[in-house]
Design a protein around this ligand. Structure first.
Ligand code: HEM
Length: 514
């Protein structure tokens, strides 16, 4: 007798006699019990014989999903659980009946690059306000078209013209650090105390302001421009949209995340540029210039321009500043590597009349790039993994059947710490990236900017900014770690991006004697 027949017999023997004799109620109850029995039996069937039944994972994952609100406790720590699951079950793990996580380098490449699967349902939740953007769209055709239109703003050649904006923001950043040193200087040793995490965040916002919003927000100086303040408030809300998708509908209903001042500001800016024909070689200009495109579908509306620049602010600020912050933290934990980097940068003479190195001088410095790569390997900004969904049945690695509509999470954090790919994976070893390294870095297991059609459009922008910022800090200042701050920085959380839990990291700092 199968499970359905048993449930039915039990129902007629035990439950039915106690119910009222109303025939309609009887029919309703019978339908309900049939439906429940069907659901339970298909769950059991799928768990035991379904296409994903052989994929290892915790027992409960065969039957149901534990809501993220429970697994992400304390908040921002679910990436640790994901890593622990991989450590226990291997490079493929069943997370719930229709979700798997993979960390095998070849499988990740297959999903992101070869099969180029569409983004998973979490990205849909991020469209809370109804705006599809380059980042959150799940529609391949929309994405291809939008990416083609926006790409010129991030072309390597165009980035040269953005360097002057980055430089002037970096100068303001240095002035602020000098002021903070002055105000907090300990007369016995000359060191001042600076919250470098917070200032790096402000610098990154100013750089995006200057390149994508037409002017710096001056966050480094005043820290109170309404645009980044409103958007960072929205960002704090965004992870909740993934945890509690119904909130997305509320946001849509009440348009909670749109500050009216914001639309006014952006529209005025765009109209001023259009009417006065005032050009400025920045990202915003490239988006505005799409108005001149011959094909209607290549012209971005004002709403679309606003949505994309807001996206750049979200995707391009904390990602970059936190990575630079993590690099500094790693270097302060390994001061011999800090000294080595300082020596490399000191050997690059400043060009006449300049106070900052040019990006051309920095972009090929082996140790600087090695420090950045190693930082991103250990502190990958998408530590929770990248979510995709199968749009047809596929055979992963030529041997594992994955049915259509399976959510696949590419676990970058595990791939980038897997001892089969990286000797001494938990150690910060920039040396592994140098030409003379005995074991070459496993580039196929390194995805800090993702890969495939949905890779990071801002990769070169971010690298340029990080090289300039890190080289400037290391060549100008002497650093000393504050032990309690280093200890606190071990608590790393994944919200929209990876961050230290306190969102602050203070260092002792003074100008170098050169
Ligand atoms: C260290 C800094 C950065 C890191 C590690 C990083 C990482 C990533 C990753 C992993 C993705 C793929 C996300 C996914 O598939 O869910 C992505 C996408 C994206 N990033 Fe970045 N990012 C950085 C900086 C930037 C900057 C500076 C910008 C813009 C100014 C930017 C704009 C974007 C955009 C627009 C996308 C979506 C691209 C698409 O789907 O076509 N990112 N980034």
């Amino acid at each position: 007798m199968n499970i359905y027949n048993r449930a039915e017999t039990w129902y007629y023997d035990h439950a039915l006699p106690h119910l009222e004799k109303d025939p309609l109620k009887k029919i309703g109850s019978a339908i309900a019990i049939t439906w429940i029995s069907y659901k339970i039996s298909t769950k059991i069937y799928d768990a035991c014989f379904g296409p994903l039944c052989d994929i290892p994972g915790p027992f409960y994952a065969k039957f149901f999903a534990i809501p993220r609100a429970f697994t992400d406790n304390p908040r921002g720590t679910s990436y640790r659980r994901m890593k622990a699951l991989h450590d226990q079950y291997g490079t493929i793990v069943k997370i719930n009946p229709s979700t798997i996580a993979i960390s095998d380098k070849d499988w990740i490449k297959e999903i992101l690059v070869k099969d180029d699967l569409p983004k998973g349902p979490n990205y849909g939740f991020l469209q809370g306000s109804g705006n599809q953007t380059l980042f959150n769209t799940r529609d391949k055709i929309f994405h291809k078209q939008r990416r083609r239109v926006v790409s010129p703003a991030f072309a390597v050649k165009y980035l040269n013209s953005l360097e002057t904006f980055m430089d002037s923001c970096t100068e303001a950043f240095i002035n602020r650090i000098d002021k903070d040193i002055e105000n907090t200087r300990d007369s016995s040793n000359g060191f001042g105390t600076v919250d470098i995490w917070m200032l790096l965040g402000s610098l990154a916002l100013d750089i995006i302001g200057s390149t994508a919003f037409g002017e710096s927000f001056n966050m480094v100086e005043s820290n109170d421009h309404f645009i980044p303040v409103a958007i960072t408030r929205g960002m704090r809300f965004a992870p909740k949209l993934v945890l509690y998708p119904f909130l997305g509908k509320l946001v849509k209903l009440f348009r909670l995340n749109r500050d009216p001042r914001f639309d006014k500001f952006m529209r005025a800016l765009i109209i001023k540029r259009l009417e006065n024909d005032q050009r400025r070689d920045d990202i915003l200009q490239i988006l505005i210039d799409t108005q001149l495109a011959s094909h209607q579908e290549d012209r971005l509306t004002v709403d679309a321009i606003i949505a994309e620049v807001v996206l750049f602010l979200i995707a391009g600020s904390e990602t970059t500043s936190n990575t630079t912050g993590f690099a500094l933290i790693e270097l302060l934990r390994h001061t011999e590597k800090l000294n080595k980097l300082q020596e490399e940068i000191d050997n690059v003479p400043m060009e006449n009349g300049r106070t900052l190195h040019t990006h051309d001088q920095l972009k090929h410095l082996p140790y600087l790039n090695a420090v950045i790569n190693e930082t991103m390997r250990l502190n990958t900004i998408a530590s929770n993994g990248l979510q995709r969904i199968t749009d047809s049945d596929l055979i992963l690695g030529g041997k594992i059947f994955i049915p259509k509509n399976t959510v696949v999470i590419c676990s970058l954090n595990h791939a980038q710490r897997n001892p089969s790919y990286w000797p001494n994976p938990e150690e910060f070893l920039p040396e592994r990236w140098l030409d003379d390294a005995q074991v070459k870095p496993c580039l196929d297991a390194f995805y800090p900017f993702s890969a495939g059609s949905r890779n990071c459009i801002g990769k070169q922008f971010a690298l340029q900014e990080m090289r300039i910022t890190l080289a400037t800090l290391i060549s100008r200042y002497e650093f000393r770690a504050i032990p309690e701050e280093l200890e606190a920085a071990k608590d790393i959380r994944q919200f929209i991006t990876l961050t230290v839990e306190k969102n602050s990291f203070k260092v002792l700092i003074k100008q170098r004697m050169t």
